[in-house]
Design a protein around this ligand. Structure first.
Ligand code: PLP
Length: 484
């Protein structure tokens, strides 16, 4: 009976010749259409083999299923994935997801013409920076603002525009490296400034800066040590002290803040500097990322004193480092959310993830777990809810752990009958013999899910799941379990 059913599953070659598929093949190509047909018939085969299916779908249904899949999933290289790592700002997974309003703003700006560099009031040429200057001044309490490609670009531009050919004083404790290619000494060099190291790794005092200061000094530079902390016998010169020194000598104090927050997040256990405090303490130029804890698009925000920012806006590098209209649209819409802090916490995904309570996360994990048990729990997959430790990531708050909840998956690696599976690109249930295989199958699934393996189980933290992810995870697991 089974064998008979298996024989009746239509062959790929035959399906490809079907008239009803000719438009689909024209549009998506023969190879890709064949791949999808192979996946669809492969699933039918698995369902028959496992005894879950006693009737074959008709050819029309098979063709329609394949067509729907092709339409929903163009074979782009850059694709959405589901972040089950519990790391909120996962740089490899694209850092911050945008709020709904930011997405709408991007769509509106990108899908048509806009007043990007055009003044509607006078009908004359405008500046792209103008769209976010006002709101940034309001939120940061600074005189002026501009936006470039990312924070690395912001630091480079600040050094090139304000300290080229001059010396820049930086504490030895703050010679940071962020993700390989961004290293303060290299950025100084590229900006044409001469790095002068001050103090020691663990202690740098105001007198150390004073000792190095001379007529060649062009700026004081302070960097937030985003991705590491120096603890123990330490001393750091405060922003107030540094700004006093900068003021006395008529040079700017540049502060690379990393994430940059409009409001401290200590109550969630996250220690990162906030912009208003740094501005009040007297930093002249502040730079921070748009897509870290701020929760907007990739960008480098520069706020501070007008005379310095104007110099940066006029610098030739500004053109090379400029942002496009989509970034500005996402950024402006996100900044608007911050006018109402409660709204910001509700609407900006990164802030929502940071502030989610353990109880809410546990409930979310229990719901997902119940769903998975209901549709994918079989002899070999078992699901449970367990507490886990999440992180902000993206080189922010390296020591801070966020208490979260995960659905954990255990796999009974017992033997499966190894039928000769059809040719396949990914990995199907019959290949799953270990947790590593399961992790790979989920990565290669229709909705790629990134989880992590520790302690003999696969962890899917629910903190970083976005609306609609649960259904997709369930579908992924359902397909995998059907063939296990
Ligand atoms: C993340 C970070 C950068 C780099 O920012 P990008 O927006 O990724 O370019 C620079 N400096 C500090 C202190 C950072 O934390």
């Amino acid at each position: 009976m089974r064998q008979e059913l298996l024989r009746q599953i239509p062959k790929i070659d035959v399906l490809l010749e079907d008239e009803r598929l000719s438009r689909v093949i024209e549009r998506y190509g023969r190879t890709r259409t064949a791949d999808v047909l192979r996946a669809v018939t492969g699933e039918i085969r698995q369902a028959v083999l496992s005894g879950k299916e006693n009737n074959l779908p008709d050819v029309e249904t098979i063709l329609q299923t394949a067509q729907c899949r092709l339409e929903e999933n163009p074979a782009y290289s850059l694709r959405p994935v589901i972040n089950g790592t519990g790391i909120i700002l996962h740089t490899n997974l694209g850092r911050a997801p945008l709020s709904d309003r930011a997405l709408q703003a991007v769509k509106a700006a990108a899908g048509g013409y806009s007043n990007l560099e055009y003044r509607l009031d006078s009908g004359s040429r405008g500046s792209r920076h103008d769209h976010v200057t006002e709101i940034l001044r309001e939120l940061c309490g600074t005189e002026d603002a501009m936006v470039v490609n990312n924070n690395a670009a912001a630091v480079l531009l600040a050094l090139a525009a304000l300290a080229r050919g001059k010396e820049v004083l930086v504490s030895r404790g703050e010679l940071i490296e962020i993700g390989g290619s961004f290293r303060i000494p290299d950025v100084c060099e590229q900006g044409g400034a001469v790095l002068r190291e001050v103090g020691t790794t663990n202690r740098t005092r105001l007198s150390d800066y004073k000792g190095e200061l001379n007529e060649e000094t062009g700026a004081l530079f302070k960097a937030h040590t985003s991705n590491y902390r120096i603890v123990g016998f330490t001393e750091e010169t405060s922003l107030e002290e540094l700004s006093g020194l900068a003021r006395e000598n008529g040079i700017p104090l540049i502060y690379d803040m990393g994430s940059g927050l409009f409001e401290g997040l200590e109550r969630y256990g996250i220690e990162e500097p906030d912009i208003l405090h740094a501005q009040k303490a007297g930093a002249d130029v502040l730079t921070f990322s748009g897509d870290k804890l701020l929760g907007a698009a990739q960008a480098g925000l520069i706020v501070g004193r007008k005379k310095y920012i104007e110099k940066m806006k006029r610098h030739p590098l500004a053109r090379a480092l400029r942002v496009d209209k989509m970034t500005l649209a996402a950024l402006e819409a996100t900044l608007y959310e911050y006018r109402d802090r409660n709204q910001a916490r509700r609407e900006i995904p990164v802030l929502r993830m940071v502030s989610e309570s353990p109880e809410a996360l546990r409930k979310k994990a229990e719901e997902l777990c119940a769903r998975l048990k209901g549709s994918a729990g079989n002899g070999r997959l078992t699901f449970a809810v367990e507490p886990c430790q999440d992180r902000t990531g993206g080189g922010s708050a390296p020591l801070n752990v966020l208490e979260g909840y995960a659905v954990t998956v255990r796999l009974d690696a017992g033997r499966t009958e190894d039928i000769s599976a059809p040719e396949k690109k990914g990995i199907s249930g019959t290949d799953i013999h270990s947790l590593e295989d399961l992790e790979k199958a989920l990565r290669l699934a229709e909705f790629p899910l990134i989880g992590r393996i520790t302690q003999d189980r696969l962890w899917i933290s629910v903190r970083t799941l976005l609306a609609g992810n649960e259904e997709k995870i369930t579908e992924d697991f359902k397909k995998i379990s059907l063939s296990l």
